[in-house]
Design a binder for this molecule. Structure first.
Ligand code: C2E
Ligand code: MG
Ligand code: MG
Length: 671
């Protein structure tokens, strides 16, 4: 909105403030113009004065002429001095602060008043011109009349900016002419006197009109300047907004580092320009910091990690927070002379430094490095991700380079991801069952469902790889439903055979447990098929407790529905006694690493005994997995281990094989 608009449309304080400012700016312009016009008019004034003195000399009025000219020169010098005097008001602009603007405006008004008085003084001197021509009666009258008319007309013509100055200058000389002519008498002189008065009136009118024109032009000019300025300001703020939005779209709010989108954008141009090395970082133990100390501390840690990362970044390198506790660094090892090993070690050391507010060594970082050019950034990211995954699996505070071994693994995973959906549709997947026996090693008490996939090219796929591929391909739920269906079929077979007490166990990975509504799916399926929930067991691992918030409700629902929960691979994780309770376990399955070969290893025996004692104490059933030999079996039986599972007792097998062996004669499993 322009100043003019404000003046016209808004009578409020802001509007009147702007109107006052506009008025002051117009006044400033008037003073500037007055100074210019006075300085150009004065030489002419001096010349005409000189001519008047010369004529006075010639007509015998030399002395009076000299005195008059001295007075005129004095007045002119005063006017020049005033024009040259410093005036703070002349620096007034639309942006001047209000307090300074008021002072500036006062000084402008003061200078205009002084110039008006000086013009009046100068006019007064010219009003004494009749002294040089005997009151316009001498023969030089025509000369002096012409000079007076000329100088007054000139004053009005030049002084268009501020009418009071030319008027102050012309009124007295012209009145003195009119008076003298009238006093001299005679028809023509009296008529001329009247004409001079008319002339004075006309000049006055012209002076006021000129000033009005000048003021309007000045107002329009200042208004246009204000408009241009407000446009420029609007443009600048629009540009700032665009910059801000661009920044937000490409940067992480919390840490100020690039976000994933910004990183991809910038990294792509770097990759085009030359070789680059990518490091993917994932904090170790960040989740527990968040859980134990709260999200605010978690945020502070992320900000601090970002700061340390920036500090360790080689020149020209990029650092980004890709999300959660995952960061990325891209740099050029050739240009910086910094090998990736050195940088990775520096980053690990930087994160290992203590953080304010919690114990040392709680936080670490795992790093995956990819140091070879790839056709595109996405390929590079997935290679570095594979290396990061391997590094994490190897333990905390390590880095791992993406090498040939990892490339093979990545390609295999990609093949698996690609082929798994077809395999599911074409029923290429199978579920095998491994028997679980009672202490006598003859009475079948359970079957564990284990998924199997024979890939046409890659052969048998290890179940954990299959589960991971399903997660990557977004098929976790489909796979779970497929396995559940096979488990239900087995429960139906057992019921038909009158073996309703044989429990069927299915494995559910921590990720499955956390990400899909396992409880709803399982309970609904059992309900739909009319199967007894007590016949089903869900095997979870200790890692499930890591995301207790996401799984606790589901485990409760399963437990309430009468479905049993077994804690698988017990002993290799880091479960606490409280997690046994929180996970609602009814059963623990001792990991086979403690069972296989226990007959010859005191440590293992001690551990198994301890777990058996714990089971007794907490009222939990205990299963020993990985019984591979007769000796181990006997040792376990001697210890009183109530449930037994292992190759020695029965390998996992397809349903048909199970039906023709294990399920034919329940007591015939082991001789
Ligand atoms: P797990 O649940 O602990 O299953 C037992 C694993 O030990 C099975 O391996 C089984 O074949 C193997 N095993 C049984 N007895 C012995 C023995 O005496 N000696 C040796 N060396 N191994 C024995 P498998 O089938 O390769 O499964 C590996 C893991 O993959 C399973 O460990 C389980 O965590 C996971 N898994 C298998 N099937 C499924 C499934 O359907 N869903 C999910 N989520 N995970 C599954
Ligand atoms: Mg299991
Ligand atoms: Mg196990």
């Amino acid at each position: 909105m322009t100043i003019h608009h404000l003046v016209e449309t808004a009578p409020g304080t802001a509007a009147s403030g702007d109107a006052g400012r506009l008025q002051a700016l117009v006044r400033r312009d008037q003073l500037e113009a007055v100074r210019g016009s006075v300085l150009t008019a004065i030489p002419v004034n001096m010349l005409l004065g000189l001519a008047s003195v010369l004529v006075a000399f010639q007509s015998g009025h030399g002395r009076a002429g000299m005195i008059w000219y001295a007075a005129s020169t004095g007045a002119n010098l005063l006017r020049i001095g005033l024009c040259r005097a410093a005036c703070p008001g002349l620096v007034l602009t639309a942006e001047t602060a209000p307090a300074m603007a008021a002072a500036a405006s006062r000084s402008v008004e003061g200078h205009l008043r002084a110039s008006t008085l000086a013009a009046l003084l100068s006019g007064l001197v010219w009003a004494f011109l009749p002294l040089l021509c005997a009151g316009y009666t001498s023969p030089q009258t025509l000369f002096y009349l012409t000079i007076t008319c000329g100088i007054t007309a000139g004053a009005v013509t030049h002084g268009t900016a501020y009418a009071r100055i030319p008027l102050s200058f012309i009124v007295l000389p012209l009145l003195s002419v009119a008076f003298c002519l009238f006093a001299a008498g005679g028809f023509d002189r009296v008529c001329l006197s009247a004409c001079v008065l008319l002339y004075l009136a006309a000049l006055s009118r012209t002076a006021f009109q000129s000033e009005a024109g000048f003021r309007e032009a000045s107002r329009l000019k200042n208004d246009a300047t204000a408009l241009a300025r407000s446009r420029a300001e609007a443009q600048a703020s629009a540009n700032a907004l665009v910059d801000e939005m661009r920044w937000r779209a490409t940067h992480d709010d919390l840490t100020g580092l690039l976000n994933r989108a910004g990183f991809i954008q910038q990294a792509e141009t770097r990759l085009d320009a030359g070789t680059a090395c990518l490091l993917l970082l994932d904090l170790d133990g960040f989740k527990s910091v968040n859980d134990v100390y709260g999200h605010q501390t978690g945020d502070r840690v992320l900000v601090e990690v970002a700061r340390r990362l920036r500090a360790a970044l080689p020149p020209g390198g990029l650092a980004a927070r890709l999300g959660g506790d995952e960061f990325a660094v891209l740099y050029d090892p050739a240009a910086t002379g910094l090998p990736y090993e050195t940088l990775a070690a520096a980053l690990i050391a930087a994160v290992a430094q203590p953080f304010d507010g919690f114990d040392e060594a709680r936080l670490g970082v795992s790093i995956g490095v990819h140091a070879e050019p790839e056709p595109d950034l996405m390929a590079m990211l997935s290679c570095a991700d594979e290396a990061l995954y391997a590094s994490k699996a190897a333990g905390r505070n390590r880095f791992r380079l993406f090498d040939v071994g990892l490339r093979d693994r990545l390609e295999m995973r990609r093949d698996l991801e690609r082929d798994l959906s077809h395999a599911l549709v074409e029923n290429a997947l199978e579920v095998w069952f491994q028997p679980i026996y009672a202490l006598d090693a003859r009475t079948l008490v359970g079957l564990e469902a284990l998924v199997r996939w024979h890939h046409p090219r890659l052969g048998w796929i290890a179940p954990p790889d299959l589960i991971a591929a399903a997660a990557m391909a977004g098929l976790t739920e489909s796979l779970l439903r497929f396995i559940l269906d096979q488990v239900c079929r087995m429960m139906q077979i057992l019921s038909v055979q009158g073996r309703g007490t044989v429990r069927v166990a299915m494995n559910v990975s921590p990720r499955e447990m956390a990400q899909i509504p396992v409880d709803e799916i399982v309970i609904a399926r059992l309900g739909a098929l009319g199967l007894p929930s007590a016949q089903l067991e869900i095997e979870i691992t200790e890692e499930t407790a890591l995301d207790l918030g996401a799984v606790q409700g589901k485990l409760q629902a399963l437990s309430r529905a009468g479905i049993r929960v077994a804690l698988d691979d017990f002993g290799i994780g880091y479960s606490s006694l409280s997690s046994l309770r929180q996970l609602r376990a009814d059963r623990i399955k001792i990991d086979r690493s403690f069972v296989t070969g226990l007959s010859t290893c005191d440590d293992k025996r001690g551990l198994v005994l301890a777990v058996l004692g714990l089971g007794n104490l907490l009222g939990l059933e205990v299963v020993a997995e990985g019984v591979e030999s007769q000796e181990d079996l006997q040792t376990l039986q001697a210890m009183g281990c109530p449930f037994l599972q292992g190759y020695h007792l029965g390998r996992p097998m397809p349903v048909q094989a199970l039906e023709t062996t294990v399920l034919v004669a329940p007591q015939a499993a082991v001789a």
